[in-house]
Write a protein of this length. Structure first.
Length: 283
């Protein structure tokens, strides 16, 4: 198949129909985030001991706005490290809209959400159990940091425009990834590709490291690799659990200290990698 013919087939047969589906999904997400996001964040602020649970549930909304907001709340001493980690681990960036656009992947969504929420709750409560809330408050008080967190309420026109921009960004990434994967899979045996991707025990560790890249294309690539049977379900769970999107960049802009941030990212990486490995062994 000629390259231009391959590009046309991917565009017409695989990606064209996805644009309206992605747009409707993102419009709903934008509406939820801007009209109910502030209320959800206030719930997290007041949650205290149930913070990791609320964080895990809120993180399921497929966008990185809540992870960014929660990072600001943590830098301001409003939420605990356990709550922040729960949000980060349950966030999947743009993975769910991509899965929703593939009918064959619909049964995977609930399994993915359940696993990620469970992982987020366990890791979040474990961190708050080890690093007591009182100790976290004392650490914050010594830094005397101001916090900033607000989700702007937008008009319908602004929501449509934001949904369109997100759709275009994700659709473009999906289109390019689909072209590359189709081109490679037509010329390279699947077994060779899997060996290149470190098929086996180390796959979740590699996927979790890849997930730290703060770009929506990362979650698109992970989902497409999984749907193409090139990585395991455990690997996609690991990669999407560490993929907190722009939340990581927002976190690192704070002043809580290098050791604190390194510990949070290390917990996210280890939790994602170990959960992915366990799932892969059980598959």
């Amino acid at each position: 198949m000629a390259f231009l013919e391959l590009v046309w087939d991917v565009f017409y047969e695989d990606c064209l129909i996805l644009f309206p589906i992605l747009f409707l999904t993102f419009f709903f997400i934008e509406y939820l985030e801007h009209r109910a996001g502030e209320r959800f964040l206030r719930r997290v602020e007041k949650a205290e001991k149930t913070g990791p649970l609320w964080g895990a549930l809120i993180g399921c909304v497929p966008q990185c706005g809540f992870s960014v907001s929660c990072a600001h709340l943590f830098n301001g001493g409003i939420v605990t490290a356990g709550t922040l980690i729960a949000v980060f681990l349950s966030t999947s960036d743009e993975a769910l809209p991509v899965l929703l656009s593939h009918r064959s992947a619909l049964p995977v969504i609930w399994k993915l959400l359940l696993v990620k929420v469970l992982l987020a709750v366990i890791a979040g409560y474990a961190v708050d159990l080890i690093w007591k809330r009182e100790q976290q408050r004392e650490s914050f008080a010594k830094k005397n940091i101001e916090h900033e967190c607000h989700i702007k309420e937008s008009s319908i026109g602004e929501l449509v425009w934001e949904a369109f921009k997100r759709t275009l960004e994700v659709w473009a990434a999906l289109f390019v990834v689909s072209i590359v994967l189709t081109f490679v899979m037509e010329r390279v045996p699947k077994e060779s590709i899997q060996r290149f991707l470190l098929s086996g025990f180390f796959q979740p560790f590699l996927a979790a490291l890849f997930g730290f890249i703060p770009n929506c294309a990362v979650s698109v690539v992970l989902v497409e690799l999984y749907l193409s049977d090139l990585i395991s379900f455990g690997a996609v769970v690991a990669g999407l659990s560490s993929a907190a999107g722009l939340g990581i960049l927002a976190l690192l802009r704070g002043k809580r200290g290098v050791k604190t941030y390194a510990a949070i990212l290390a917990v996210c990486y280890l939790a994602a990698s170990l959960a992915g490995t366990l799932i892969q062994l059980l598959e």
